[in-house]
Design a protein around this ligand. Structure first.
Ligand SMILES: [Zn+2]
Length: 221
């Protein structure tokens, strides 16, 4: 589904996966669960593009619903993989992920792990990746990032929070590493100017998204 000119959400995958046009190239934001790769590739082809048009895959955080098809998508696109500094070693399989608070998620992630991928680019605050500006938004995970498209005025927030069933809500506490930090990150996001907010789950928030996020944050504390 097209969100705005040059930005698309891949239909029918688990976690919201986005494609952003960067000139002739495409940037893929997150990769969904296992076996979402075929749907993502089909969607890219439905735009009249090839998987190898994807030059960069950016991961908002290491969780399995965002990295499950990362290895397959890396193989299909030959793209550079970019991950926030604090999650990079987890994605690379060099560091164990913190134990999830949610017991089902804990049991699930102890047996099923995404195939490790060594990131090509480790992202820091203010870095530019595929035309997007990196904003560190720790809390949901230590290395969670948000990405701002300043030209299109679109903010990708990963799982920092979401717009769900018509209202802005925090990510469920049981999936957050540190909810107090996640709240601060919502405040940080609210200081930027954007018209559209796209989360890792839920629906697009538009128009006037940054104003709505400011109001949401003001009522959080
Ligand atoms: Zn998550």
């Amino acid at each position: 589904m097209k969100i705005v000119d040059g930005i698309y959400q891949v239909d029918g995958v688990n976690c919201n996966v986005y494609l952003v046009e960067d000139g002739e190239k495409l940037v893929l934001i997150d990769t969904g669960l296992f076996r979402n790769d075929k749907k993502i590739i089909k969607y890219i082809e439905s735009l009249g593009r090839k998987p190898t048009d994807v030059s960069t895959i950016v991961i908002t955080h290491y969780h399995i619903d965002h990295t499950g098809s990362l290895k397959k998508m890396q193989e299909a696109t030959n793209a550079k993989v970019a991950v926030g500094a604090f999650d990079a070693e987890i994605v690379a399989g060099k560091k164990a992920a913190p134990k999830p608070k949610n017991l089902m998620f804990r049991a699930f992630s102890s047996v099923i792990k995404p195939a490790p991928v060594e990131p090509d680019v480790v992202l820091k605050e203010g870095d530019k990746v595929g035309g997007l500006t990196v904003i560190l938004t720790a809390g949901h995970s230590e290395g969670s990032i948000s990405l701002l498209d300043t030209q299109r005025k679109v903010m990708f927030v990963g799982d920092a929070f979401r717009f769900d069933n018509g209202k802005l809500v925090e990510s469920p506490e049981q999936f957050n590493l540190d909810t107090a930090k996640a709240k601060e990150s919502i405040g940080k996001i609210s200081t930027f100017d954007f018209d559209v907010m796209l989360g890792g789950h839920g629906d697009p928030l538009m128009p006037d998204a940054s104003k709505k996020v400011k109001d949401f944050y003001a009522n959080l504390k």
